[in-house]
Ligand binder design. Structure first.
Ligand SMILES: [Zn+2]
Length: 499
């Protein structure tokens, strides 16, 4: 009763979404909780709402800077001022000011690498932490699709903080990964709330085309015919831009590209235009979507195959959050897996690069960090590769691991194996001839007896794309809603001021 009152008063919702109330009740009763809620169910409410009841700080560990900033922004826009993020966006001076005034804040978002700083931990251990939240908790597991070495020491950090009540949140974690989460965080007594990854209102289709030209033609047909708004996912920034520009010239839809290589201002602008119905289609890399609360996305197209089933599920889960009929279409052409394997390998540093780094620094981790910008440039590491190296070596240094560079090589070897296995599963999924939903549920070891009975389940069970077709070629979003005169310039300047 009291929970729904707070929901109404602070969040302006009449009722909870699936799982939310159960999770909130569990943490309020003081239980450590691991919650796997389907994408799009509003996981953040599960820790935001308890903040209005619990006395003390809600500390949220989040792996992605952009996700963290989005959360903070959204909470501020809803009128919650006692929220801040400590991450590398803050200058050391700003960080000091935040730590000095820590008592003012109710919600503190923090990146795992910031928890390495002793001055920050020094302040945190003196706080009363009423809830320790691990967002995207699957990053803790080596078997998780987005493993972050930095997440491994969260168990130790939790101990130092006096083992506060902990909430581990994820949208996609297999049973093995959930086991890993509980073990790493030392959640001996833990209440598990696991919902199905299945989203019944999203129809799943995989279309095979013969080559890239046919793929481009098919994308054009789809965006012209399907009711929007929609997202097209690419694994290459360049292609996301090229296809966006092609569709802009050749189709009648409002389309823009979005990827991690773009300026932050530009990204915020495009995200806002899409949210407010000024764009029909976004051609994006996986950088787009997390933290984007758009309820009425009607289709998600994959131009390239994702590197693992978990990522695929997260991405198609951006569609149909309002519960209305939506469709996910993956376009496959022969040879796509080769690109996936290639991509997976280039995300990791090569053995030659690691050898080079080990020899120029004489195997001393400290010298890597003292001159990191230089080493990064000399050995030609990409941002992603460097992040992996930095995270691993930091971890090796705190844990006094012998022969850290050798350990790094073993680690990279292991990651390549895991990534390859994931791509093979994804490829198997694409070529399988049984119900797509059945395949997904089996992968997560879920009960499959109900699948295949719904209309428009998937391309194998039978799917009529005409049911997702718009009459006049316009987005549903743009047809039914007046285009709001959203002042994005004002929004942007507010955003940047708050940095
Ligand atoms: Zn099916």
């Amino acid at each position: 009763m009291i929970l729904t009152n707070i929901l109404k008063k602070q969040f302006h919702y009449d009722s909870f979404r699936v799982g939310q109330e159960e999770v909130i009740s569990s943490v309020l009763s003081g239980q450590n909780t691991l919650a796997m809620l389907p994408t799009g169910t509003g996981k953040s409410l599960c820790y935001q709402l308890p903040g209005y009841i619990l006395d003390g700080l809600i500390l949220v560990v989040s792996p992605l800077l952009s996700l963290m900033q989005d959360q903070v922004e959204q909470m501020k826009m809803k009128g919650e001022k006692r929220v801040i993020a400590i991450n590398s966006f803050l200058s050391p001076q700003q960080r000091k000011t935040v730590l000095k005034n820590i008592g003012y804040y109710k919600y503190l978002f923090i990146s795992p690498e910031m928890l390495r700083y002793e001055p920050i931990m020094y302040v945190l251990v003196q706080q009363k932490i009423s809830l320790f939240v691990i967002d995207e908790a699957h990053c803790i597991s080596q078997w998780g699709y987005d493993f972050r070495p930095d997440y491994l020491k969260l168990g130790e950090i939790r101990s130092r903080l006096g083992k506060p009540v902990t909430l581990a949140l994820t949208a996609t974690a297999t049973a093995e990964v959930r086991q890993d989460i509980k073990k790493s965080l030392e959640l001996d007594q833990c209440y598990e709330i696991v919902y199905s990854v299945d989203r019944p209102n999203i129809s799943i289709s995989i279309e095979k085309v013969s080559d890239q030209v046919e793929k481009l033609e098919r994308v054009q047909q789809l965006v012209e015919r399907l009711t929007g708004p929609g997202i097209i996912y690419f694994s290459s920034k360049r292609l996301a831009e090229q296809v966006a520009s092609y569709l802009h010239t050749n189709s009648g839809v409002n389309v823009m590209a979005y990827h991690g290589g773009m300026e932050q201002e530009q990204r915020i602008l495009i995200q806002q235009q899409f949210l407010h119905g000024q764009l029909d289609v976004i051609c994006a890399t996986s950088a787009f979507g997390m933290g984007v609360n758009k309820e009425n996305i009607r289709f998600v197209i994959h131009y390239h195959m994702p590197l693992q089933l978990e990522a695929y599920i997260q991405e198609i889960g951006r569609a149909g959050r309002d519960g209305d009929r939506s469709v996910a279409i993956l376009l496959y052409s022969p040879g796509d897996e080769a690109m996936a394997f290639n991509l997976a390998e280039t995300e990791l540093p090569s053995m030659e690069q690691i050898d080079y780094l080990a020899s120029v620094t004489n195997g001393h981790i400290e010298s890597v960090f003292q001159d990191s910008e230089n080493w990064k440039t000399y050995a030609g590491f990409t941002e992603t590769q460097w992040r992996i190296i930095a995270e691993f070596l930091q971890m090796a240094s705190t844990n006094h691991i012998n022969a850290p560079f050798k350990a790094l090589c073993d680690y990279v070897d292991n990651r390549i194996m895991v990534k390859r296995a994931n791509i093979i599963s994804m490829t198997r999924f694409i070529h399988s001839e049984t119900c797509r939903r059945n395949e997904i549920l089996s992968y997560f070891k879920e009960d499959t007896h109900m699948v295949g009975t719904r209309k428009n389940c998937c391309d194998i069970c039978g799917l009529n794309l005409e049911d997702f077709r718009t009459e006049d070629g316009l987005s549903e979003g743009n047809r039914n809603l007046p285009i709001e005169s959203f002042d994005w310039k004002q929004y942007l300047s507010n955003f940047l001021l708050n940095e």
